[in-house]
Design a protein around this ligand. Structure first.
Ligand code: FES
Length: 162
């Protein structure tokens, strides 16, 4: 399992916080997804070995919780809130705009590998709906015009990397 040294350090730090090792399954999976972007099959084996479990025990957790991804995502991660306030204020329209801009659908990697768009539940900023997270940054009042603007920024940043 190829993890960053920082992730390995945090994993070793988190395990002793639990009275029984197996209780650390969720935090370990979160740390791995934060590092790699998803939970690759070898991570299931690796976590099982680390916590003295059977791989099936870890696999069940990965498949039970929808927040764990089993496929790689694009370089940028666009999460659009679809909970009530955001839905009423145009979250679906914002999402469609991103999909159109990157020629992709929710949950898929765009053809250029640049983005993955997902719907998520409340991002705790309901007063400024509709809300979108791009990687770790929160964007408020994202109407279609702002979604286009944000898409243009992502494309520009991608162009600078190439
Ligand atoms: S409903 Fe979207 S942030 Fe709360």
């Amino acid at each position: 399992m190829n993890l960053k040294p920082e992730t390995l350090r945090r994993i070793d730090e988190v395990i002793p916080h639990y009275p029984v090792k197996r209780s650390a399954v969720l935090p370990l999976l979160h740390l791995i997804q934060e590092d790699v972007g998803y939970i690759p099959p070898e991570a299931t084996e690796w976590v099982a070995q680390k916590l003295e479990l059977q791989p099936i025990n870890v696999y069940e957790v990965v498949t039970f919780y929808p927040m764990f991804r089993q496929k790689p995502i694009g370089r940028r991660h666009i999460r659009v809130c679809r909970t009530l306030s955001c839905a009423l204020m145009g979250g679906y329209k914002a999402c469609e705009t991103f999909e159109k801009e990157f020629d992709t659908h929710r949950g898929e990697v765009s053809p250029d590998g640049e983005v993955t768009i997902e719907f998520v539940e409340c991002l705790a900023s309901c007063g400024t709906a509709p809300v979108v997270m791009i990687d770790d940054a929160l964007h408020e009042k994202v109407d279609p015009a702002k979604a286009k603007e944000l898409s243009a920024q992502i494309k520009q940043q991608a162009g600078q990397r190439r």
